[in-house]
Design a protein around this ligand. Structure first.
Ligand code: BES
Ligand code: MN
Ligand code: ZN
Length: 516
């Protein structure tokens, strides 16, 4: 194909993608309450006098309070009153903020709700007016939330020819000091949002599109042109040479070979020890020979969420130029049953030399992670190591949809990660790593086995297995995000249904707080 044709094809694909991907362009302007158009405002619990709500109600001769009363809307946090054709307004959205003090999370939730509602509106401009003196560059947090809330993945959906054009045009954030908000958005928060988007896109993609090699390709594209980034990729031959028996054992049943990818970002001095984030990257988990059932099996394309999240987080750090040395390690393999697949009972020698007996080929996440962890410890001597994985169904039953599971023996790391969770809105609940789990992992023929014999505390036993490859004295935490990586019941303001990207904001926040 000629270069011009390649370029044309590329532009056509880009247009197709942007047409299918409804998105409002985010803009900033001075605060003023518009007279007409589509407008979103917020109001505290009890619909107090003063502020935008009261001002609009007066202008509308009490119609707004009447509408609120009729709808039973009293400004509770996260509750929305969505009105069409009231007074001169095509659309008037009122977002309740409850009784909580205003913080970045509340701003992001308000933005997220407006972002989501904006997808369902044909108004060419949607204004979000925020006139509460509080956080500097508050508009950047509204924008961050809106960008996360208006995320969709519609790459493979053909647009209906005569469908109304919803969710297009602009989202204008009207607030104090728009220049400061714009700067904070453009220099900082939009990059974190793009890291979340990167992770959500990779997780949403089906496993016939994203497999170890294409995951690496997508990563190379995303990082292209960024300073102070290097990408190392180990293929099967390199893994064999090094003796990575564990990740190889998971990948051996698949026609798509495994990869170990390390994205190193150096935003700080060369001698500053890096932070290493290691992600489970099972691009599809059938369970292997210990095969899973058919129910919801399709969803196991999201078993690479950990890898997507660490890569997206480091992408955000590199794009915003964070002053830190950080490494994303993606342990990529597809877990398939086949004539070449590993079996239960196989004994595996890992990169570290330590051996284990495979009890279940469905406990593959810990298998790929331990080689990835050993490698990054050997190569980079990180000050802190955090692994993140959709590791167990047990984490889902233990904590449900509200928290990721946190396992660590390091008290200060526990505090720092939980605090980052609170502040970012990606919260963690700490679960135990009891020494007795070691008994559960004993094998008569190898150093360990890859699953517990008791069938109890599955998430903790999985964490304990991983921790057995981490030397004492190494700061380490394991995050089990099985319940958080995919959202299926109800959306949150900043988390639409499907791939959540859970962990990108958490890691970003953790790095921010370290810098202070
Ligand atoms: N990817 C799964 C864990 C999972 C289950 C994530 C449900 C999200 C939803 C993991 O590889 C797995 O199969 N874990 C097993 C471990 C067991 C065999 C020790 C599990 O949790 O049952
Ligand atoms: Mn599995
Ligand atoms: Zn898995």
């Amino acid at each position: 194909m000629s270069q011009a044709r390649v370029l044309l094809l590329f532009i056509a694909l880009l247009l197709a993608a942007s047409a299918a991907q409804a998105q409002r362009q985010i803009e900033f302007a001075d605060y003023q309450l518009p007279e007409s158009g589509a407008l979103a405002i917020s109001v505290a619990k009890g619909l107090p006098d003063g502020g935008a709500f009261a001002e609009l109600d007066a202008r509308l001769e009490g119609a707004l309070r009447r509408a609120a009363n009729t709808a039973g809307f009293s400004g509770d946090r996260g509750v929305v009153l969505n009105l069409f054709g009231i007074g001169e307004f095509e659309q008037l959205i009122v977002i309740g903020t409850g009784v909580d003090p205003v913080d970045a999370r509340l701003l992001e939730d308000v933005g997220g709700l407006v972002g989501q509602l904006g997808l369902l509106s044909a108004a060419p401009h949607l204004d979000l007016a925020w006139n509460i003196a509080d956080i500097p560059a508050a508009g950047a947090h509204l924008a961050f939330g809106a960008e996360l809330g208006q995320y969709t993945f519609r790459r493979y959906r053909s647009p209906a020819p005569d469908a109304p054009k919803l969710g297009q045009g602009s989202l204008r954030i009207l607030g104090a000091d728009p220049a400061a908000s714009r700067k904070s958005w453009e220099d900082d928060w939009q990059h974190v949002a793009s890291g979340v988007r990167f992770a959500r896109d990779l997780v949403s993609e089906p496993a016939n599109v994203i497999y170890p090699e294409s995951f690496v390709e997508r990563t190379r594209e995303a990082f292209r042109g960024l300073d102070r980034v290097s990408i190392e990729v180990l293929d099967q031959a390199a893994m064999e040479r090094l003796g990575m028996g564990s990740i190889l054992a998971v990948g051996q049943g698949s026609a798509r070979p495994p990869r170990l990818m390390l994205v190193r970002y150096r935003g700080a001095a060369d001698d500053a020890e890096p932070l290493a984030f290691v992600g489970k990257g099972i691009t599809f988990d059938t369970g292997g020979i210990s095969i899973k059932g058919r129910d919801n099996l399709w969803r196991m394309k999201y078993d690479m969420s950990g890898a997507a999240v660490v890569t997206g987080a480091v992408l955000g750090l590199a794009r915003r130029g964070a002053e830190v040395n950080a490494i994303a390690v993606a342990a990529l393999a597809e877990n398939m049953p086949s004539g070449s697949a590993g079996r239960p009972g196989d004994v595996i020698r890992t990169l570290s030399g330590k051996t284990y007996e495979v009890i279940s080929t469905d406990a593959e996440g810990r298998m790929v992670l331990v080689d990835a962890i050993t490698y990054v410890l050997q190569q980079d001597k990180p000050q802190v190591l955090v692994d993140i994985a959709t590791l167990t169904g047990s984490q889902v039953t233990a904590v449900g949809d509200e928290y990721g599971g946190l396992f660590t023996r390091d008290e200060s790391l526990a505090t720092a990660l939980q605090q980052a969770g609170m502040r970012s809105g990606e919260e963690l609940w700490r679960l135990p790593l009891h020494p007795s789990y070691a008994k559960d992992l004993e094998s008569p023929i190898a150093d360990l086995r890859n699953g517990g014999s008791s069938g109890k505390a599955g998430a903790g036993v999985g964490a304990f297995f991983i921790g057995s490859w981490v030397p004492e004295g190494q700061a380490w935490a394991h995050l089990d995000i099985a319940s958080m990586a995919w959202r299926d019941d109800a959306p949150l303001p900043t988390v639409p249904l499907g791939a959540s990207g859970f962990g990108v904001r958490l890691i970003d926040r953790y790095v921010r707080e370290l810098a202070q």
